[in-house]
Design a protein around this ligand. Structure first.
Ligand code: GDP
Length: 597
């Protein structure tokens, strides 16, 4: 097929601005799927995604659209994850397109992720088609959206298409704009085969499935392929496209987006952003923009029941197969036994993996405090990376510790300015730029330590701004800080799982809060139990767990013996699930509760 009749685009939007709904309308309009099949929203296939409304994995879909000019176009729609944790996946999906539909919720206007995504798309040289969505809403404010489009994104307002994914307004206009405004596939005349790897998936029957966008040449079953970043060679078994289900094709040619199945066994051999070429007449230059993704947030995951260790190991290895950005290696903890150190792109990525271990693999797990990767220099040794506070060298030998920072853009209503500035200050951030977005909103640009936004920054931002604030960030440089290791001790035993690296000025306050919370969450004990926070040997905060035995049957008046037995059984069950630390039973969700609060 002639590349001039192919268009590759993606939809970029802030979470909840209607990307999934609109994608479904486009599939329906082009008869790619029938309405009947579209019972569940089509592009978000994982349960968890549906629940959280976040697209995690990019699923491309090929559609055929008979345009008003009488020609039938092959249109590939790439789905992009909307959340900052997946920014690298967003930029890979963008790199596989020539254009992007930028969705703006007519009632919400431009948000931080809209701006961040628009910048990513412009940086990749993509043509942007602005779409103001959800115009059916009574609260839609079209004038404001157009002004924001012009003032913040520098996109002429008359380019905007008005749409509603829900009511089916503007669907044809969007498809016509895709055909007319987005250029046909670029770099198709390169002399060698080059395809961009933008995702991979593990399927238990078919093995590793590589998602690729072919830029030049073509690939087919039987070809010997070569991955340029690691020189991995393998034979292609099958190629095809997503319609949206996997559909086998004879070849994938220039401009096509689809899948390649080869005899590669391990998804970790497939690196997102890599260039796929053929062993025969290989390309010499990779497609631009490949970089190694490195996990930025680490935590320990332990099975609640030690006999579940193998089950947890199997679960993690399965998850890793589908997610090359997730890393794990075995570790052990005095308090928690044998488990795994896991690395994630960000906090959301961490939550999703933990949730999938619990739900899809049915393993109860306990998680340690999350940590970023610190760089530590000691006397006479090279700088080392520390992602687990337990491995921090002896404080006496440390010359400096530096921590990763982020560059954040935060959109807020004017009236929240004071609260947000104090939140940023509390989180050790420095704000260096304030831009007015419109009469009601401002954008703050600031540097913050990554560690400080790990736990509750986003929730606090949302609550202070009554849900109207939004944030996006990219990683910044490392900076030296006065950081110390804080230990938490239960009944005199340091709980390695609760150790954390904190800024010295915040250690005491944080220690006090942690001790208080633990004292509250840990159920009353038969004996006196002290909870202490310490830096080095110095105690900086303490609290006590309540002392008494709670007899659950006490509240059952009368002699209903079966009810009493039920309660006792329940109590026994609860006990069985607890973890013993310093002779104290810790309920399984203690760690999560501590993290969440
Ligand atoms: P995504 O997070 O960007 O994929 O957004 P979804 O497509 O999941 O939509 C988020 C929410 O907005 C859902 O509750 C949708 O029902 C709703 N929604 C999506 N499109 C429209 C629209 O055009 N009009 C209205 N009123 N609601 C919409």
């Amino acid at each position: 097929m002639d590349v001039s009749l192919t268009r590759n685009f993606c939809i970029i939007a802030h979470v909840d601005h209607g990307k999934t709904t609109l994608s479904d309308r486009l599939l329906e309009y082009t008869n790619t799927v029938t309405q009947r099949v579209l019972t569940a929203q089509h592009l978000d296939s994982m349960d968890l995604e549906k629940e959280r409304g976040i697209t995690i994995k990019s699923h491309p879909v090929t559609m055929h659209y008979p345009a008003k000019d009488g020609l039938i176009y092959k249109i590939n729609l790439m789905d992009t994850p909307g959340h900052v944790d997946f920014a690298y996946e967003v930029s890979r999906s963008l790199a596989a397109c020539e254009g992007a539909v930028l969705l703006i919720d007519a009632a919400q206007g431009v948000e931080a992720q809209t701006v961040a995504n628009a910048h990513l798309a412009t940086a990749q040289g993509l043509k942007i088609i602005p779409v103001i969505n959800k115009i059916d809403l009574p609260s839609a404010n079209l004038d404001l959206c157009i002004t924001q489009l012009e003032d913040i994104l520098m996109i002429p307002g008359e380019e905007a298409i008005l749409a509603s994914g829900k009511s089916g307004i503007g669907i044809q206009d969007i498809l016509e704009a895709v055909v007319a405004r987005i250029p046909p596939p670029r770099w198709s005349h390169h002399p060698a085969v080059r395809a961009l790897v933008f995702d991979s998936l593990y399927d238990s029957y078919r093995g590793v499935i590589t998602y690729a966008r072919v830029f030049s040449g073509s690939v087919k079953a039987g070809d010997q392929m070569l991955l340029m970043s690691n020189n991995q060679k393998s034979e292609i078994k099958e190629v095809g496209v997503f319609t949206p289900k996997m559909t086998k094709m004879d070849t994938l040619g220039a401009g096509d987006v689809g899948y390649v199945i080869s005899n590669i066994k391990d998804t970790s051999d497939i690196k997102i952003g890599d260039t796929l070429t053929l062993v025969k007449n290989p390309a010499t230059d990779m497609l631009p923009g490949y970089k190694e993704v490195r996990p930025m947030v680490f935590c320990g995951l332990y099975p609640l029941e030690s006999q579940d260790y193998e089950k947890l190991k199997a679960a993690l290895s399965r998850l890793r197969l589908n997610d090359a950005a997730f890393l794990y290696s075995s570790e052990s903890s005095v308090a928690l036994g044998f488990g795994f150190r896991c690395g994630f792109l960000g906090l959301l990525h961490m939550e999703i993996i933990q949730e999938r271990v619990r739900r899809e693999h049915d393993v109860e797990i306990i998680s340690t405090y999350p940590s970023v990767v610190y760089k530590v220099k000691t006397h006479g040794k090279d700088e080392i990376e520390v992602d687990n506070p337990v491995n921090l060298p002896d404080p006496g030998t440390i010359l400096y510790i530096s921590e990763p920072t982020i560059r954040a853009s935060i959109h807020i209503p004017n009236e929240s300015m004071g609260d947000i500035l104090s939140l940023i200050m509390e989180k050790r951030g420095v704000c260096d730029q304030t831009d007015t977005l419109d009469g009601n909103r401002v954008m703050l640009t600031c540097n913050l330590p990554l560690n400080e936004i790990l736990v509750d920054f986003n929730d606090r931002l949302k609550s202070v701004t009554h849900g109207y604030g939004s944030m996006d960030y990219e990683l910044g440089a490392y900076q030296e800080s006065d950081l110390v290791k804080m230990d938490i001790m239960i009944n005199g035993d340091p709980v390695d799982a609760f150790s954390s690296i904190v800024h010295r000025d915040k250690a005491e306050g944080k220690g006090r809060v942690l001790c208080e919370k633990l004292a509250e969450i840990i159920p009353p004990q038969m004996f006196k139990v002290a909870i202490q926070a310490a830096i080095g040997g110095k105690i900086i905060a303490r609290d006590n767990v309540k002392e008494m035995r709670k007899d659950v049957t006490a509240k059952c008046y009368g002699g209903d013996i079966s009810r009493k037995r039920k309660l006792l059984d329940k109590q026994k069950e609860g006990k069985k699930k607890m973890k013993m630390i310093g002779k104290v039973n810790i309920p399984p969700d203690t760690f999560i509760q501590i993290l969440k609060n």
